[in-house]
Design a binder for this molecule. Sequence first.
Ligand SMILES: Cc1cc2nc3c(=O)[nH]c(=O)nc-3n(C[C@H](O)[C@H](O)[C@H](O)COP(=O)(O)O)c2cc1C
Length: 253
Amino acid sequence: MLFDPLRRPHTTRTITGPRPRSAVTVCRVHPSPYLLFVELLPTRSMPDLAAPSASPDADDEPAAGSVGTRSRFAWCITGSGHFIDESMALAARLPACDLFLSAAGEEVLAIYKMSFEHLKPRFRIFRDKTASGVPVGMLYEDVYHTVVVAPATSNTVAKCAFGISDTLPTNMFAQAGKLGIPGIVFACDTEPVVVTRSPHDWVTLRPRQVEFDNVERLRAIDFCRVVASPQQLEAALNERLAELSLAWNTSSS
Ligand SMILES: Cc1cc2nc3c(=O)[nH]c(=O)nc-3n(C[C@H](O)[C@H](O)[C@H](O)COP(=O)(O)O)c2cc1C
C-alpha cells in the first residue's frame, strides 16, 4: 500500500540532538513512508525467531505512538548471505524492530528461503522501491532510536564508509548519522579467510585489502559502531538496549 504524500503536510523542522559540529541544518522533510509486501518463495524454518512481544504493527504507518518518540530499531538487511541467519535471529529478539531491505537484500532473503510470509508477523518490512529512499522520512519523524545494518555486504560497507547513499540501507545509515542517531554495522568481510554458506554449499572467500580498508574507514564515521561477528553484534545490541533501558524479547512461542 502506497501512502498518499499529500495526506500529510510537508514540515519544516530544526534538527537538534547531539552533533559533532556547530552547524545545525534546517531541512524540508517529506514524511511519506512507503511500504509494500511481496510474496516470495516457499519458506524454510527461520533460525530461532522468537515471537514478538506484541501483535504486529500496521502495514503502512509508523506504529501508533512511535512518531516523535524514537522508540524503534531500524534494521537494514543487505544482500549478504554471510551471517544472515544469525543476524535475523538477533533482529527477531529485539523489541519494536522494523526491516529495511536493499534490493539485493530482498533477493538474498528469497534465495535463502526466508519468506516475507514468515517475516511479516514479526516485522514491518520496508522495501527499496524509491530512488530517494522515501522510508528514510521516518527518521525525521523521530520513529527510530538506532539503525542497524546487519549483515552488511562489502558493497554497503564501502558506500557507508565513503558517504554514498543510493540504496535504502545506505540512505538510512547516512541520514541517521546526520541526525545523531547511533548506527551499528555488522561488516562481514573482516578476516583474511571467510567461510560462508552459499545457498547450496559452504564456500571460502578471501576478502581483498580494499575490503579491510573500507571497514577501517567506516570505523571513523560519525555515530557509527562497526562489529565483526555475531557475538560482537549481540554485545553491541545489548549495550544499546541497556542505554535505552530496554530488554530483549523473551517470548519463544
Ligand atoms: C546468494 C548470494 C549471497 C551473497 N552474499 C554476499 C556476502 O556474504 N557478502 C557480500 O559482500 N556480498 C554478497 N553477495 C553479493 C551482494 O548481494 C551484491 O554485491 C549486491 O550488489 C549488494 O547490494 P547491497 O549492498 O545494496 O545489498 C551475495 C549475493 C548472492 C546472490
